[in-house]
Design a protein around this ligand. Sequence first.
Ligand SMILES: NC(=O)c1ccc[n+]([C@@H]2O[C@H](COP(=O)([O-])OP(=O)(O)OC[C@H]3O[C@@H](n4cnc5c(N)ncnc54)[C@H](O)[C@@H]3O)[C@@H](O)[C@H]2O)c1
Length: 319
Amino acid sequence: MKNVIVTGAAGFIGSNLTDYLLIKGYRVLGYDNFSTGFEENLSNAMNNPNFTLVKGDLLNLDLLKKSFAGYDFVFHLAANADVRFGLDHPYKDLEQNTIVTFNVLEAMRENSITDIAFSSTGSIYGEPEVFPTPETATFPVQTSLYGASKLACEGLIQAYCEGYGFKGWIFRFVSILGERYSHGHVFDFYRKLLNDPSKLHVLGNGKQRKSYLYIEDCITAMFTAIEKSREKVNIFNLGTDEFCEVNDSVGWICNRLSLSPEIILEGGERGWIGDSPYIFLDCSKLRDLGWHPEFTIQESIIKTLDFLIENDWLLSKRD
Ligand SMILES: NC(=O)c1ccc[n+]([C@@H]2O[C@H](COP(=O)([O-])OP(=O)(O)OC[C@H]3O[C@@H](n4cnc5c(N)ncnc54)[C@H](O)[C@@H]3O)[C@@H](O)[C@H]2O)c1
């Protein structure tokens, strides 16, 4: 791996990965349509001669095939990353996740690129019966269009590995936190509290158990797996060995902001249809390769909040 493509390079995870790759001396092509990504996220990269940006849509297969020439590894991160609103626009996950992944695989095939790392999600486990949930969990029942579309992407990648000699690394992330984070519960709670510090509406009963991973730990985990696991298809859960309740997270956030709002629980075990009330992945497969996370969930939430406090421009950028 020397010349690396990052799809979704202007997004939260993609831009952090891009900066990491550039620091390590890789030549990087960032491909993004800026639908949810921001130019501000690429301010470091744009000053680096090893970085090339293509502003384009992954649905544009012709542009994709042309742009991929001369590269040898793809991190495919671009997606509709929002699990919550899938039922409002059922075509979106299919198009932005599954069809786009098919296009990426086709552009790779056209350019004889065989190595792909893919950002899948713990959401593909739906509501599993085993905790912590291993990669080998019984084939899961899907509970969200997002998870279903990502599982379809995993299937396509596996079939290209089998049929066209590709090598794939499939990473099933828990929720990722850290600098440039721009969607998810810390973002939502902070924005709500800025608008009204006296009360905080929380979806569900607050007892949902969730897992999180800090962005730097996410990136080092992916590199550990790519360097040390070289099967045809390499599937890894990415998370920490802990989870927290939404109520814990609310407490940490309010404490950091020195606020004591009235907490209004909307009720129910789930925040929305498709919200998994308990996410806790078994990450021992990755740990057995020598990786371990540096940050706890609490530390990750505080670091994320501090980033949002220092970067209030981001708060107005999201609906
Ligand atoms: N953030 C998390 O907690 C989390 C958890 C599990 C999985 N993931 C996955 O990780 C990946 C990155 O997530 P993120 O949080 O950085 O999301 P993000 O929304 O910040 O980044 C996605 C990027 O992809 C770009 N993009 C989307 N559709 C595109 C298209 N058709 N053509 C070109 N560019 C396009 C967006 O503009 C954006 O810059 C996604 O695949 C997401 O599903 C994220």
